[in-house]
Ligand binder design. Structure first.
Ligand code: F3S
Length: 401
């Protein structure tokens, strides 16, 4: 891989061992994947934040980097942590877990990484330009930034995103290159689209399993009504079930709008039967003990939808309800009065974390209701939970029964 003189110096350890380690990681990755050079990034998004996912070894690694005085050199935001950083006691997070989680957060703070703790950084100020290079790690955020914004990132791991944040560069291979951003399979959705993010979660699960690490190109019948929230749900489910980091939607996403060649690609038609089969896989008689909205983290509109449910149904929740979002969205929801409406009904607007990266199994939750295709994919393995799947309305309704 070609390195500039400055990069050579970093690589040779002339600026210290810590920066050398970061450069080494980036150069090794570049060598493995055949990158010709490093490319400047405009932002980074770092994963590996929850103590549940990184454990003691991860914490030691972060402490070591922070102790050496390493700092992010480009705007860098953080993925969700394992708990709400302010209300962890009230929400009954285990005390030992909370202590470790706060130590992790302290390391990132010392590295001058924004303690945003969200998987929707594109809703909270980390918004790259079309075509710009970034190094993002969280799979749903990667799918969104590549597909809906048209910026360019590989699906980074926690350490490589952190190294990129510190050096300000990433190896130029994979999704950074034009030739690797072309569709590999066409999916024609032969039915009216439903006005619910759970529909897009199911679509993502079905097509992700077929396209497996490829780049799906969607053709929808009536796509004028697609909201950004639905694209966020689609990408998250695609990433979880098929490792998808980039997708295109005809007439909607920026690269598809510019025109992409799809002649000669295999075409798969997805219809009502496919949806029914996928929905059937969630049929269960279990009653949820935790109802979660907000995977990926809720937009303001999605929080408003929960508040409107409470108002129109005059609801009182009998089960634990978490509306997971970023601290940024919650502060606007507070001002709009949505938080008060939800919390007066017994729900909680939870920030900084989500049902997957929080230690919900340790907290005793076994049956989790979700409207997210991504959460539905991860909850059984990662949290040992049964999944109850439905629209926002359907799962909230269960919390009132
Ligand atoms: Fe975000 Fe957690 Fe879902 S990190 S995408 S809310 S699994």
């Amino acid at each position: 891989m070609h390195l500039t003189r400055e990069e050579e110096k970093l690589y040779a350890g002339e600026y210290g061992e810590a920066l050398e380690t970061c450069m080494n990681l980036l150069v090794s990755l570049g060598d493995i994947y055949g990158a010709e050079k490093l490319v400047d990034i405009s932002s980074a998004q770092v994963s590996g934040v929850s103590y549940k996912t990184i454990g003691e070894k991860g914490l030691e690694f972060l402490k070591d980097l922070a102790d050496q005085g390493l700092k992010a050199s480009v705007p860098t935001t953080l993925n969700p942590a394992g708990m709400d950083l302010r209300r962890y006691d009230e929400l009954k997070f285990p005390k030992d877990f909370a202590k470790k989680q706060l130590e992790i957060i302290d390391c990132f703070k010392r590295m001058e990484i924004e303690i945003s703790c969200t998987c929707t950084p594109y809703l909270t100020g980390n918004v790259p330009m079309f075509g710009s290079h970034v190094a993002w790690a969280e799979s749903s955020a990667v799918a969104y930034v590549n597909s809906v914004i048209g910026a360019r990132t590989n699906r980074e791991g926690g350490p490589s995103a952190l190294a990129a944040a510190i050096i300000g560069k990433t190896p130029c291979y994979g999704y950074h290159l034009d030739e690797n951003r072309l569709p590999t399979q066409v999916f024609e959705v032969d039915m009216e689209l439903e006005d619910a993010s759970s529909f897009y979660g199911i679509l993502g699960r079905i097509t992700g399993k077929i396209v497996k690490n490829g780049i799906p190109y969607f053709k929808f019948k009536n796509c004028e009504s697609i909201k950004n929230d639905y694209l966020k749900a689609l990408g998250a489910a695609l990433a979880a079930s098929g490792g998808v980091a980039l997708y295109h939607v005809e007439g909607i996403t920026p690269e598809a709008k510019k025109g992409l060649e799809i002649t000669g690609l295999e075409k798969v038609v997805i219809g009502k039967d496919d949806f029914e089969k996928e929905y059937d896989s969630f049929k269960t008689s279990e009653k949820p003990d935790l109802i979660c909205i907000g995977c990926p983290h809720c937009s303001l509109d999605e929080i408003k939808e929960v508040a409107e449910f409470v108002k129109s149904e005059n609801a009182k929740f009998n089960a634990e309800v978490w509306v997971c979002t970023s601290i940024h969205m919650k502060s606007i929801a507070d001002r709009m009065g949505y938080t008060k409406i939800i919390e007066d009904a017994g729900g909680k607007v939870v920030v900084d974390t989500c049902m997957v990266v929080a230690p919900i199994e340790e907290m005793g939750y076994k049956n989790v209701a979700t409207n997210s295709g991504k959460a539905a994919t991860y909850l059984p393995g990662f949290c040992k939970s049964n999944v109850i799947y439905g629209t926002t309305y359907e799962i909230l309704k269960k919390a009132t029964e």
